[in-house]
Design a protein around this ligand. Sequence first.
Ligand SMILES: [Fe+2]
Length: 294
Amino acid sequence: MSNVPYYVTKKIADGTYQIKNGFTTGFDTYAYLIEGADYALLIDTILGFGDLNAFCRTLTDKPVKVVNTHYHWDHVGGNFFFDSCYMPAKDIGLFQNCIGFSKEDIFNAAKMSAKEEYKDLLECDENFAGTHPIKVYPVSDGDIFDLGDRKIEVVDAGGHTRGSVVLIDDRTRLCFSGDACNGNTLLEFEDSLPINVYIENLKRLKTYAPRFDMMYGGHEIFDPSIIDEGIETAASVIAGTDDKCEAKGITGNDILYAARRNEDGSRADGKRFNMSYVPEKITGEVSDNQVIGK
Ligand SMILES: [Fe+2]
């Protein structure tokens, strides 16, 4: 029997739970379980430590469907405790690539987020999901998860990844926003969208903001005014008037942060939104179609 507190949960609204790991350092990743009359929807599945399917069974007796806001490993790790997931159509290819990584490699990367006292207790055994092929169904802008007595709408919010989406629950007036718009919005990846495309997606997301009061993200929680800060900051990058702070990106590449940061990562001017980007990809065109090379 493991002594690791794999999951802790908090009820954030009627039939709505925030789930996180109980053993991680301050930097948390969140999943959300939304219970409806016909089924429950699990939005993101975090790192893959602990049987998340079994944990959901402690919160609901409804069948559980999994949807991901995007394909990144810290949002899909627990997918592999289920036999299927819904994934933004434009992120499916990159999600499939994750299945090629070895269980040990993912385990070692995921273990970095554990507090010291838990690191030795975590084992790369049946308590860690690893990866294996599962059924993947595409979701796109405008798709609806009809849970019976509540409907959750998928809204395109690409930028962080090409396919990133948010999900809006009208009943609780909550938006589950993944990594789409927050205090550390990374647009530094190869598949991140150019800033001129991202800003248009933020402007479109703003038109949905009258439908929600809070944005429950994959790592942070904000009220919808963070979208205005995102639009303003992205506009400053396009205009060339941002702070252009040099930094190293997650993959070790040279990146810029749009706004100067304090040592704790918060924005020096007191605002909340910030974004990383690479200077070569401020403007560009993006096709809706795939180009399939060798
Ligand atoms: Fe992400």
